[in-house]
Every structure is written in structure tokens, then in C-alpha cells.
Design a protein. Structure first.
Lengths: 366, 374
């Protein structure tokens, strides 16, 4: 691993970690698509601030950009509050407009600057190591690691300081306001934090793929745990692993790094979605199958039990006819035989003592 | 400006391009109305971004920048994204917004990976593939416009044929289901129609901003009308006009990409409509202020009358200060008095003293019992 590659990964890890933290709350608050709005709108802020200060590395740029993210959110909420436009459509008309204005300004007046429409979409993490932070002649590492590092610290500070406020207002907004928290304030603080994070991540991964880093790791974590703190921790782990593996995939195929990180995030989610122990697709299917078999077994046992007591129809001597197919019936019979709950003699089915006990328990609702 | 317009319309290439932009507008206006009414605006956003890997893959397989394979590739990957969203939301506790965010970014990310992969390939044929990001209408040729037109015609035909059914789907799918229509197939059909609109917008507006071309015209049109038919027509008109204007702007000035130019036009119309349509934000505020003024006027008239009656003379004059004393805080009595004077209901006598005129007395009698009781 060359120092260059090390630097890229360092920046990628910090970006991924700082995206995952607020992302967990966005996913829980069902506001994932707000990321889309924020990450597009900040471009306008970056460009307007650039026109004012004429310096791409000025911190004013970051503040201007974050402000425009929060502004976009307020605009969306204002449009939505007027009740003239539905929530999804308000998101859909506000940010493409701001983004279009930004792209036009960018292509018309900022041609010779280092930001162009391509880096807006693709990000430039590959160039991150070239911009060094030099302190009194000493090379202290890539500058973006420091910028992103401060944003990561900000995020950490934010969630540790407002952890219970965030938690309560995320899960029960009206309860939060009734105990004196201010959910609206928390909401806007969170939006500000997301904006800052998007601005920082923007350089590295561009405006669309930042959504991947914010939304996907928390979604993976969400399928694995019910505890908020564990979810945040797992998100960070997923984010960082996706960033590192995404980098190596990109390196291997010689393709865009940000795109590859987003794609790896998607692969991670696919794996979790299929294999998560309780909530994975396979897990759910297995559980469904188990329940169906359980029900079929109990039905057969109860039916036999009732026949023994002479209370039920006598016309199917082995009760196999109650199942939708002969295959399924013999499967059920096989399982029950294996458990020793029924015995098969001369084509007829008979309950064993164990089976009779289970049938009785089922009937009593135990 | 006029000269520029004449030049634009007389030039063959320009006419082709404008025709393409206009047909794109008509189709996306019509189809977008369904996306907006069904509260699926953001699905359009996801689908247009998700078209990117399909475009690049189609190019990689076919090897040339042929339009039809690219359309098919784009449509397939957009539909796949919708399928993934449904799969994830139906089989896990992931909510629709997160599923959309994931589908959008993963598909787009894959698209960028493929795009950068293709761009490394030695033959330079792929140049211009990234024009699909922000669109470039200048690249449209007659054949492209023909395909755009045909695809659009198909979409419009479907909308026309299933007009009633789509209406049911938008406003009362449960009722539609009980009437025996398969809402699931209709839903798929609407998705197909939206995808075809997205596909034809790729060259002109680009994947990144295409969603807005669906949403904004419909939002704008919705502000002006409550009828489905006129909404669809108006949206088509708005989108066509913005499409043509945007393309013309982008062609007429240097360094303006087509997609953003079109989207700025259509968004300006949408915001204007939200603010100033008959039910718009400012219009309502204005109406509100006017009715408040009316109420205040009636109130002052009434107070003047009540006070005058104490003197057994309906025309007895009272000072403005006295009137102000009897009213709520922050109530500008003077403004109301001026308005009443203009209407001829009160007249001023001497310094700041006001009394009812004959028509004013008549007007008080006309006030509703509710007003009188205050």
C-alpha cells in the first residue's frame, strides 16, 4: 500500500464514519430522501460563497454550503406547509431547482475553477492526498482528513450531547415536546449536522453518492439490531468497511472510487437483507415455513385426536386429505413420525401418547 | 431576441431539437401528473438516476451509441430499481424513503463505475456517453427525435386508453379494486409509462434532473385546476414551453447545459404557480387580509352606529379616539374610517369627528345578525 493509497483510505474512513452517524437518525426518522435534497442544495451554497470569498479552501464555503442545506430543508417544509404541494413533490421541486441554478452558475462562471460538474457528481477522493496540510514546514497529512475529521468530531459531539433528546424525539415526537424537549429545534440541528457532513463528504464522493454513505450503512444496521446505540455503532462499522473495500474494488478495476464505494454499500445491504438472522429474507422465509409446518402438524394431530374421541368426521381414515397436496401431507406425516407423535400401521394413522398430549395441549391453547 | 427566435425556427437542426424538447415536454407533463397525484414523485427521481447503469451496460454490449438499445437498457435498469424498492420494503422493516435512497445511490454508483470503466476502453466511441448526466439537446438528430416521438406516442396512447382506470388508481385504488380492476397491473402500467417518459428525457435533460421534468409541471398545473383532464393538458403545455425555452437558452448562450436550463424554466413556473395561482400562497394571504379589512370596516360601522344610538340620533358624530377606545389593541381605526369614507358610509365633521351618512345607516341595517351582535 503506497502512502497515497493510505491517505485516500484514511479520508474515506473518516467520511464514511461521519456519514453513518447522523444517517442512523435519518433512517429512523424516515427522512432518508432529505439527504438527497441537502446534498444537491449545498452545491449552490458552495458556489455562491465561492463567488464572495474567491477562495476554494475558505471555511466560509463550508458554512455557506451548510446554510444552504438547511435553507433548502426549510424551503421544502414551507412549500409543504402551504398544503398546496405534497411532501414528496415539495422535495422534488425544490432541490432540482437549486441544483440546476448551481450547475448553470458553475458551467458559466466557474469554468476555470477546480470544481466542475463532473467532480460534483463523481467526487474527487483520488485527489484528496494532493492537498497537504503543512504546519511550519512539516507535512501533517492530507488537508481533507483534517476538515472531515473536524466534522466527524462535530457529529460525535452532537450525538453524545443530545443523545437522549435525539432518541426521544425520533421515536416519539409528541412525548418529547411534552417533557420539555424541543423536537423542532433538534430537527433543525440534525439537519445542520447533516448539511455539514454532506459538505465535507461532497468533495470526496460527490453529491449523489453521499446518499449511499448516509443511508445504506444504517439500513444494514437496522436489520441487525433493535438498540439505537448498537445501530449507530454497527452503521459506523459498515460504513468504514464499505469505504475500504470500495476503495480496493475501484483500485482493482481502475474505476471511480466513490461509485465503487456506493456499489459495495449496496452489496453489503444485499447480504444483510438476505442473511440477517431474524430479519433477513431467508430468516423470514425459514420462520414462515416453520410456522406453516407447525400449524400443519398441530392440525393433523388435533384431527386424529378428535376422530379418536369420535367427535369428528370419519370419512378420511388417515386425515391426509386435509392438506393441499399429497406431497405436503406425506411430509407432515413423516415429520410427526420422526418425532414419535404418530404411528402408521396398515395405511392408517394413529396417535401415540406423546402425540395425544400435544393435541390436547393445542386444543387447550397452550 | 426575435431575430434569434426566427433563426432558431428556420434552421433545420434547431427545429429538430426543439421538436424533440417539445415532445419530451408533452409526455413528461402528462405522465408526471400521475407520479405527483400518486405521491410517487420521488420514485421518478430514483428511476431516472437508476437508468444510468442500464445506459452504460447497453453501450458496452452493443458497442455503439445506438439509441434504441440505450433506451431499452435505461428502461430495464429503472424498472429493476423499482422492483428492488418494492422487494425491500415488502420483506423487511426498511421504510420506503430509505429503500429509495439506497436504490438511487447504488444504481447511480454502479452507473458511474461502469462509466469510468468504459471511458478507459481504448476506442473513443464512448465519447459523449456522459452527456446523459446533464443532457445535451444539441446532440439530437432527426432519428433520435423520431424515436422520442414514437415512445412518447406510445405513452400517451396508454394514458388515453386507460384514462378512467388510471384515474381510479390515483384517487381511490381500493374502490378500483372492488370494481374488479387489477390495481397491481395498472400500477405496473403507470410505472412503465413513467419509465418511457424518463427514457426519452435522458438525452435532453439527463438522468440527474429528469425527475424534476416530471414533478414540476404537474405541481404547477395542479395549482390552477382541480380537474384531472385540464391538469394533464396544462402540465403538458407547461413542460413543452419550458422544454423549448430551456433548449433555446442553452443553445443561445455559451456554457449552459440543457438539463439545468430546462429545469430552471419549469421550476420557475412551478414556484410562480404555488405562490400566485387562485389558491396560491400569496393569493390566499391577500384574500385573507382583504376579508380581515372588511370585518374591521363592518365593526367600526357598527360601533359608530351603536354609539350614535345612545344619542337618539343615528347621525351623531364621534371622535376617532373614542372609536379606537372601544376596539381591540393594534386596530387601526383610521384606515377603516378612510375606507368607509371612500365608500360613502361615513363622513368626517370637524376635527377627527366622524358620523354615519344616510347610506351608512342603511348599510348597518344590512349587516348580518352575527355582525350586529358583536
Amino acid at each position: 500500500m503506497s502512502p497515497h493509497q493510505f491517505d485516500i483510505q484514511l479520508v474515506a474512513i473518516i467520511v464514511a464514519a461521519s456519514c453513518s452517524i447522523p444517517g442512523a437518525f435519518l433512517v429512523l426518522r424516515r427522512m432518508s430522501m432529505m439527504t438527497d435534497a441537502i446534498s444537491h442544495s449545498i452545491l449552490l451554497g458552495i458556489i455562491l460563497a465561492f463567488f464572495i470569498v474567491k477562495d476554494l479552501s475558505s471555511p466560509i464555503l463550508i458554512i455557506g454550503a451548510a446554510a444552504s442545506g438547511v435553507l433548502a430543508i426549510s424551503l421544502i417544509e414551507a412549500v409543504n406547509r402551504s398544503r398546496l404541494v405534497k411532501k414528496d413533490a415539495s422535495i422534488g421541486i425544490v432541490f432540482p431547482f437549486l441544483f440546476s441554478v448551481a450547475v448553470i452558475l458553475l458551467s458559466k462562471y466557474a469554468r476555470n475553477v477546480h470544481i466542475d460538474t463532473h467532480s460534483v457528481l463523481l467526487g474527487e477522493i483520488a485527489f484528496a492526498p494532493f492537498d497537504r496540510f503543512i504546519l511550519s514546514g512539516m507535512d501533517m497529512g492530507p488537508k481533507s482528513a483534517y476538515v472531515m475529521g473536524s466534522i466527524l468530531l462535530l457529529n460525535l459531539f452532537f450525538i453524545s450531547f443530545f443523545y437522549k433528546e435525539l432518541k426521544v424525539s425520533t421515536f416519539d415526537e409528541s412525548f418529547a415536546s411534552s417533557i420539555g424537549f424541543r423536537p423542532r429545534l433538534i430537527h433543525y440541528l440534525l439537519m445542520a449536522v447533516v448539511s455539514f457532513t454532506c459538505v465535507g463528504a461532497f468533495d470526496a464522493v460527490g453529491s449523489i453518492l453521499v446518499i449511499a454513505l448516509i443511508v445504506i450503512p444504517p439500513c444494514c444496521a437496522y436489520l441487525l439490531t433493535d438498540s439505537l446505540s448498537r445501530m449507530i455503532f454497527l452503521s459506523v462499522v459498515f460504513g468504514i468497511s464499505a469505504a475500504i473495500s470500495g476503495f480496493w474494488v475501484a483500485n482493482w478495476l481502475d474505476v471511480n472510487i466513490a461509485g465503487s464505494m456506493a456499489f459495495v454499500c449496496g452489496v453489503f445491504f444485499l447480504v444483510v437483507f438476505l442473511l440477517a438472522p431474524e430479519r433477513g429474507l431467508f430468516g423470514i422465509m425459514r420462520e414462515k415455513r416453520r410456522q406453516r409446518m407447525d400449524f400443519a402438524e398441530a392440525s393433523l394431530l388435533v384431527s386424529l385426536y378428535n376422530q379418536e374421541k369420535g367427535e369428528a368426521v370419519k370419512n378420511h381414515p388417515d386425515s391426509r386429505g386435509m392438506f393441499r397436496s399429497a406431497d405436503f401431507a406425506s411430509k407432515v406425516v413423516g415429520f410427526l413420525k420422526g418425532k414419535g407423535e404418530i404411528a402408521v400401521t396398515g395405511g392408517g394413522l394413529f396417535l401415540t401418547e406423546k402425540g395425544r398430549e400435544r393435541a390436547r395441549m393445542t386444543l387447550e391453547g397452550r | 431576441m426575435l431575430e434569434f427566435a426566427v433563426e432558431l425556427f428556420s434552421d433545420y437542426t434547431a427545429r429538430t431539437i426543439l421538436l424533440g424538447a417539445a415532445s419530451l415536454g408533452v409526455v413528461s407533463g402528462v405522465v408526471g401528473s400521475y407520479a405527483v397525484l400518486r405521491k410517487q414523485s420521488l420514485v421518478g427521481d430514483v428511476m431516472s438516476h437508476a437508468a444510468l447503469p442500464g445506459i452504460v451496460l447497453a453501450f458496452m454490449i452493443v458497442g455503439v451509441k445506438e439509441q434504441l438499445p440505450i433506451f431499452i437498457g435505461a428502461a430495464l435498469s429503472a424498472v429493476l430499481a423499482v422492483f428492488v424498492i418494492n422487494l425491500v420494503t415488502q420483506n423487511s422493516r426498511i421504510k420506503i424513503d430509505s429503500a429509495m435512497g439506497m436504490a438511487l445511490s447504488v444504481f447511480f454508483g454502479l452507473g458511474l463505475v461502469l462509466l469510468t470503466y468504459v471511458q478507459r476502453m481504448p476506442d473513443a466511441n464512448q465519447a459523449g456517453l456522459d452527456k446523459f448526466l446533464f443532457g445535451q439537446a444539441e446532440a439530437l438528430v432527426e432519428k433520435d427525435v423520431l424515436i422520442i416521438g414514437l415512445t412518447g406516442l406510445f405513452a400517451l396512447l396508454v394514458v388515453g386508453l386507460f384514462w378512467k382506470e388510471f384515474k381510479l388508481l390515483c384517487f381511490d385504488p381500493d374502490f378500483g379494486g372492488t370494481m374488479g380492476f387489477s390495481m397491481k397491473s395498472l400500477d405496473m402500467l403507470v410505472t412503465a409509462v413513467i419509465v418511457s417518459a424518463i427514457v426519452i428525457g435522458l438525452q435532453t435533460v439527463g438522468v440527474v434532473l429528469m425527475s424534476s421534468m416530471l414533478i414540476a409541471p404537474a405541481v404547477a398545473a395542479r395549482q390552477w385546476t382541480g380537474s384531472m383532464g385540464s391538469m394533464v393538458i396544462l402540465a403538458a403545455l407547461i413542460a413543452a414551453v419550458s422544454g423549448v425555452t430551456g433548449v433555446a437558452l442553452s443553445a443561445g448562450f455559451e456554457n449552459i447545459p440543457t438539463g439545468p436550463a430546462v429545469i430552471v424554466c419549469v421550476s420557475v413556473i412551478a414556484f410562480f404557480s404555488v405562490l400566485f395561482s387562485p389558491n396560491g400562497f400569496f393569493t390566499l394571504k391577500f384574500k385573507d387580509a382583504r376579508s380581515r379589512r372588511e370585518i374591521k370596516k363592518d365593526y367600526v360601522l357598527k360601533v359608530l352606529h351603536d354609539l350614535a344610538l345612545e344619542h337618539d340620533d343615528p347621525g351623531y358624530a364621534h371622535s376617532e379616539r373614542l372609536l379606537a377606545l372601544g376596539s381591540e389593541k393594534g386596530f387601526n381605526v383610521k384606515k377603516s374610517l378612510w375606507a368607509l369614507q371612500t365608500a360613502g358610509y361615513v363622513e368626517s365633521v370637524g376635527e377627527d369627528n366622524w358620523r354615519l351618512t344616510q347610506s351608512g345607516i342603511h348599510e348597518v341595517k344590512k349587516l348580518s345578525p352575527l355582525e350586529k351582535g358583536r
